[in-house]
Design a protein around this ligand. Structure first.
Ligand code: BTN
Length: 258
């Protein structure tokens, strides 16, 4: 495992990563980050590990990652944010990751609603945002990022859907350099979160999305909805035109039909 000194040397940020907690193995960096956030961890604190015994994904799924090959970390943030805007935070994270990966590898990323970042149609990065609110204001959010860097093989259920930066760029990559690039990029996009300017973030996200105008299936807790993906609302909701009229969703999994 990298030491926190190695991760911080040359990081060049002012807020993110000023405090870093490193673990060889942990249950979940998000679970740990929630504990430290609820007991006063500073904004920008990061929990990072080589392996998670209970890595969590969206919709109650698990997040599997081979030990020592990828990046698994969670960032604590405390922006002044109305509870209604908390759902926009994953778009900030996805945009930060995509900006860094495009800059680092000179390859184009795709953003898939709600929280995935893809290369060549396959997912290399998942984001799990968890938050605590009080009196309709955000108290803290934990942004959990699972980024496949040097993993070459995925299990039979994932091989058609998952990829890594190494697979897509055909080279072995320096995980510390990618971590630092992503953290710097997140801090740079975070300026828009702090000023409440989510329009910039949503525009950058939409520019990388490929679903709009296409027929999709959205699955939410086992229920499927089919229709045309119309637009991303200002609150992060996905508007779909269905046979029963327009519907808006804030969570779920989408696939493009055909
Ligand atoms: C998803 O795509 O379903 C979200 C996956 C998020 C995985 C990351 S890995 C680091 C952090 N800790 C967790 O337990 N989950 C997130």
């Amino acid at each position: 495992m990298f030491t926190k000194e190695e991760l911080q040397a040359g990081l060049g940020t002012n807020i993110f990563g000023q405090k870093i907690y490193t673990y060889n193995s942990i249950d979940s960096t998000n679970s740990c980050a929630k504990v430290i956030a609820s007991t006063g961890a500073v904004e920008g604190a990061i929990v990072i590990t080589e392996y998670q015994t209970e890595g969590r994904g969206r919709q109650g799924r698990t997040w599997q990652s081979e030990s020592g090959l990828n990046l698994l970390f969670s960032l604590v943030i405390r922006p002044s944010l109305d509870v209604n805007n908390v759902g926009l935070l994953p778009f900030f994270a996805a945009t930060g990751v995509a900006n860094a990966v495009e800059d680092h590898l000179k390859i184009k990323c795709e953003c898939k609603w709600p929280n995935d970042v893809l290369l060549n149609g396959k997912k290399f990065c998942g984001i799990l945002m968890e938050s605590s609110c009080q009196n309709n204001q955000l108290e803290y959010a934990v942004i959990g990022i699972g980024l496949n860097v040097n993993q070459k093989e995925f299990g039979p259920d994932l091989e058609k859907k998952a990829t890594s930066l190494s697979i897509e760029s055909n080279k072995e990559l320096d995980r510390k350099a990618i971590f630092q690039h992503v953290v710097r990029s997140l801090e740079s996009v975070y300026a828009d979160v702090q000023s409440g300017n989510f329009a910039n973030i949503l525009k950058a996200w939409k520019d990388r999305a490929s679903i709009f105008g296409k027929e999709i299936t959205l699955t939410q807790t086992g229920t499927k909805t089919e229709g045309k993906a119309l637009l991303l609302r200002e609150d992060g909701g996905l508007a779909i035109s269905t046979s029963e009229g327009e519907k808006v969703f804030y969570s779920g999994d989408i696939t493009i039909i055909g």
